[in-house]
Design a protein around this ligand. Structure first.
Ligand code: C5P
Length: 396
């Protein structure tokens, strides 16, 4: 499950406005984007590689000849959700319009199917030059997004059209192109996912069928909407998510201690994990022989979310999940929501093993005000966004 819409390549052209892209980079990262910077050689005269590495927390390459074995421009081009070049110089406009590939940035541009967003900034004479305007028209006709420069003060005493736009305008254009939003910027989201395993002995355990897909979808969606996300993950077969802090646990008790440690630092808790209701009262230090396996004594696990709700602050929102089978599922779910003190609960009917490990889900979202919404055959990604939308209303 790759994170959606989060990988951005930020190309830096050789103009004085390069320094303004440091702010753009910060704002992109604050909005939950993962950014790889590719400066042109000439841009390094304005802003050095160390600045880009520090602000992106990633290695920065400026030529095709370092790291040749990994063909970095192709790998980067494939995974990018968008390429943004800010500032774009007159020379870059010309090279991209011609389809040239004479440095790492233009190689990446020509190798990528991702939307290309150019932010030209230059002196008015260069911007208004018929050659530049013809290149801009040609690029627009090919579907390239050009953010028109502002009019105002330029380097030194000059003023006119060609000024680098305000960061907010660039950011909202990027979000518009990507259909992304950063409505969770500044919010801290804690998510549990997967299914706990309760050891019987060093070899055996009591477990359940949870795949972790729903919790991972929520983590990915929250991160792409700008949240800072911590995922407490139990026994899943899914790759770690880029840009999401992951704590791996096995048992209910381990999950409880990780969540208890993290809970005070979150605004939203999404308890998507299937927590075993009980665990063996004694864990065999060595493998228990078949002849002694007639009976395993169990003790109840704590209800993790219930305990956390007891200590929650007014600003915190908590979402639970209920996997139900059979008649009156909604009634049982509503009772669960109120007993556990949840703000929202998603109840799905898992009769016959449905939903587990599937990409698709169906069920009912309930809230503490008595509302409910039925959802039918939607992707777990879509449910993730719907739950986050409802939680955001409560977070304010
Ligand atoms: O009671 P039930 O297991 O159906 O409740 C489901 C919800 O409660 C889920 O959100 C689950 O993560 C949480 N839960 C818990 N601790 C338990 C059992 C369930 O936090 N021991």
């Amino acid at each position: 499950m790759p994170p959606r819409n989060r990988e951005i390549i930020l190309g830096i052209g050789g103009g004085i406005a390069a320094y303004k892209s440091a702010d753009l980079l910060r704002r992109l990262r604050d909005s939950g984007f993962l950014v790889t910077v590719i400066p042109t050689r000439s841009s390094l005269n304005f802003v050095g590689k160390a600045t880009w590495e520090a602000l992106s927390s990633r290695e920065v390459h400026e030529d095709l000849w370092s790291n040749v074995h990994s063909v970095p421009h192709i790998a980067l081009a494939k995974k990018a959700a968008a390429i943004v070049i800010a500032p774009t110089t007159a020379d870059l406009l010309a090279r991209i319009a011609q389809g040239r590939a004479d440095d790492l940035l233009t190689n990446t541009v020509i190798a990528s199917p991702a939307p290309l967003i150019l932010v030209p900034a230059m002196h008015p004479e260069m911007w208004l030059n018929p050659a530049t305007q013809a290149n801009v028209a040609l690029l627009k006709s090919r579907g390239v997004h050009i953010i028109e420069p502002d009019t105002g003060r330029l380097t030194g005493e000059d003023s006119g059209v060609g000024r680098f736009p305000e960061t907010a305008r660039i950011l909202s254009s990027i979000q518009e192109v990507l259909g992304a939003s950063s409505d969770y910027a500044g919010k801290r989201v804690l998510i549990s996912a997967g299914g706990t395993r309760e050891a019987i002995d060093p070899v055996r355990y009591i477990g359940n069928n949870s795949s972790g897909k729903q919790g991972y979808s929520i983590a990915s969606a929250a991160a792409s909407r700008g949240a800072s996300v911590t995922l407490v993950s139990a026994n899943v077969q899914l790759p770690d998510l880029d840009g999401v802090r992951i704590i791996h646990v096995k048992s209910a008790m381990e999950m409880q201690s990780a969540l208890t440690e993290e809970f005070a630092n979150c605004d939203l808790l999404v308890m998507a994990a299937a927590v075993a209701d009980a665990r063996p009262s004694v864990v065999g230090e060595v493998k228990i022989g078949k002849e002694d396996l007639q009976r395993i004594e169990l003790i109840r696990n704590p209800d993790i979310v219930h305990e956390l709700v007891r200590v929650k602050s007014a600003h915190q929102v908590v979402i639970g999940f209920a996997a139900e089978t059979g008649a009156n599922a909604i009634d049982r779910a509503r009772k669960k929501l109120s007993v556990k003190g949840l703000d929202l609960l998603f109840c799905n009917d898992v009769s016959g093993g449905a939903i587990f490990n599937s990409e698709i889900t169906s069920g009912t979202i309930l809230d503490s005000a008595g509302n409910h919404w039925d959802v039918m055959d939607i992707s777990k990604d879509t449910l993730a966004d719907q739950l986050l939308d409802l939680a955001l209303n409560k977070l304010g």
